[in-house]
Ligand binder design. Structure first.
Ligand SMILES: N[C@H](CCC[C@H](N)C(=O)O)C(=O)O
Length: 287
């Protein structure tokens, strides 16, 4: 097994991962879940929200796999997709500014926006949001949606809107983003609860106006992060299906780490996410 593992650390609005380029490098790694935990460990590893692998793909230009801090594998990662797109373009793994990326949650299309030879922003077509309970997955009739669905947790009544962007999101609207039950509902729902059998990324959204929402998240497998790209998409979808926002206009989602712009396009039914991707450092990890 190789002992020197080249890596790149990148972040999207502070949501940071260790990226391993398994297209350029041919190294063998320990089992991915365990290695993700090790890399993410602040004390004995590099420290991150998880690990992202860039791999060859049969169906797209490249493939992305994402592992959370706890080693669990997720099917999608919005901030990760923007960073994968920047990395692939910067390192000539792709030959154009627009290309496809395979994820376990489906195929997406990324376009890097280059400004003075630097990738300044990335737009990812995240595909269609999934709203049926059977698609989240969420307990209840699989052919029904859960939009402001009444639930009771620890004796308190809540209304939840469930959205999948390839990974599950439980969205709660709040009056004040500074006053959320994130520390109770986050751990309760994130990593396995009968309501969400595969867990969920637990998001809280405050309406500022029809095109501006504040969002905070307790992520499945990683806990509170600075930002969640798929979560921002889910927050915008939840805002629109609860008639707080509209399709075909840019919606700004204000996350702890910064802003993302989301559009739900009527003509394609696709969600477009635009935001930054930043390289923090490169290095060598010693197994
Ligand atoms: N931070 C990621 C989400 C990771 C998803 C993971 N927490 C899960 O679904 O288990 C994002 O930018 O979309």
């Amino acid at each position: 097994m190789n002992h020197c593992i080249p890596f790149t650390k990148m972040h999207g609005l502070g949501n940071n991962y260790i990226y391993l380029d398994m297209i350029t490098n041919t190294y063998t790694l320990p089992p991915y879940p365990q290695f993700a935990q090790r890399l993410a460990d602040q004390s004995r590893g590099i420290g991150s929200d998880g690990m992202i692998l860039l791999l060859p793909s049969e169906t797209a230009d490249i493939q992305m796999r994402i592992f959370n801090k706890d080693g669990s594998e997720a099917k999608n990662c919005g901030n990760g997709l923007r960073c994968v797109a920047k990395y692939a373009f910067d390192n000539q793994l792709v030959s154009a500014a627009r290309f496809t990326i395979e994820t376990l949650g489906g195929l997406v299309e990324a376009e890097v926006i280059v400004d003075e030879n630097e990738v300044s922003e990335v737009t990812v077509d995240m595909g269609e949001p999934r709203l049926l309970r059977g698609q989240i997955p969420m307990q209840g009739n699989p052919t029904e949606q859960a939009i402001q669905a009444p639930i009771q947790l620890k004796g308190t009544d809540y209304q939840v809107t469930a959205v999948s962007m390839g990974n599950p999101h439980a969205i709660f609207f709040v009056e004040d983003i500074q006053e959320t039950p994130i520390h109770t509902l986050g751990p309760l729902l994130a990593d396995g609860h009968e309501l969400f059998p595969e867990g969920a990324n637990v998001g809280f959204v405050e309406s500022i106006n029809e095109q501006s929402f504040a969002y905070r998240v307790w992520e499945r497998g990683s806990g509170i992060t600075q930002a969640c790209g798929t979560g921002a998409c889910a927050a915008a979808v939840a805002a629109i299906v609860t008639e707080r926002g509209s399709k075909d206009v840019p919606i700004t989602i204000h996350l702890a780490g910064g802003d993302l712009t989301i559009v739900w396009e009527s003509k394609t039914n696709h969600i477009l996410m635009t935001g930054p991707a930043v390289t923090i450092c490169t290095g060598t990890f010693y197994l």
